[in-house]
Design a binder for this molecule. Structure first.
Ligand code: SF4
Ligand code: SF4
Length: 259
């Protein structure tokens, strides 16, 4: 989910969709383009995507990140992007693509779920950021010629995307904080940056860090919160977001505070 600046919104390609705008679309295996969209992608993975995929594949967060992602720190940025690593074949297909379609369909990433709609988060100078949406099927996608109509809400319902969309918004709000450099002299490869990446993307390692280090001696975390994050990856991910807000940006959180 891109952070969108109000000055740039008119330049974003695609048709902007407001809440009740309708668009035509249907994806079916009998369309000639079936599976063409699942190759050679810059497919951004967000923290909730990683949780769902690593659990689907029966991998630890470490194993998933090592085997399935490329972690890329772009020039001028202060936090890396996490991209799904395409297969090493002629067409650079998605590693989960099969002839029958997506092999991780119930846990496919937010971007795949919402496609051909692209989401962004519009940050104005004041107030909460506002989700914005653009209908942007590629030229080869025949689904846009079909007659079924959707709005943003009915499309999210059809694709079971509401939870994914809200988790991505949560992350995008945290990610936006990294517009400002929190690292100082230490730079983006220092210890605090590694810790922040772990808190956002590596829930299994972060859980061990919380419960097997002096973390709970340094931070006050209520017992009911401890119980939730011990067993629930999504709760732990949200706790990780709070950890980043508190420790890097000095923002308050109801989930933890320094003792
Ligand atoms: S290109 Fe469009 S219609 Fe074809 S398989 Fe992909 S999403 Fe479906
Ligand atoms: S995860 Fe599934 S839907 Fe997404 S690109 Fe891969 S095969 Fe296609």
């Amino acid at each position: 989910m891109k952070s969108v600046d109000p000055d740039d919104i008119e330049d974003i390609p695609g048709i902007r969709l407001k809440k009740n705008d309708a668009f035509c679309f249907e994806c079916r295996p009998d369309l000639a383009c079936f599976n063409l969209c699942c190759r050679n992608l810059n497919l951004f993975l967000y923290p909730y995507d990683v949780i769902r995929l690593k659990n689907n594949l029966g991998l630890s967060s470490d194993e998933f990140i090592d085997r399935h992602t490329d972690v890329v720190l772009r020039p001028g940025q202060h936090f890396p992007d996490v991209l799904l690593r395409m297969a090493d074949n002629d067409q650079a297909t998605c590693p989960y693509l099969t002839e029958q379609g997506c092999s991780v369909y119930p846990d496919r990433p937010d971007t795949c779920r919402t496609f051909p709609v692209e989401q962004g988060l519009l940050f104005k100078s004041q107030g909460k950021p506002e989700p914005v949406h653009f209908f942007r099927p590629p030229d080869f996608c025949l689904g846009k010629n079909e007659s079924r109509t959707f709005t943003l809400d009915t499309w999210a319902k059809d694709q079971d995307a509401a939870t994914y969309n809200s988790m991505t918004v949560l992350w995008s709000e945290v990610r936006h904080l990294f517009m400002n450099d929190p690292w100082g002299m230490e730079g983006p490869s220092g210890q605090r940056a590694k810790m922040a990446f772990m808190a956002a993307y590596n829930v299994d390692r972060f859980r061990s860090f919380i419960f097997e280090s002096s973390f709970l001696k340094r931070y006050k975390v209520k017992s009911d919160v401890q119980a939730r994050i011990r067993k629930n990856d999504t709760e732990l991910m949200k706790f990780g977001f709070a950890f980043i807000r508190v420790t890097l940006f000095g923002l308050p959180s109801s989930l933890l505070r320094l003792r």
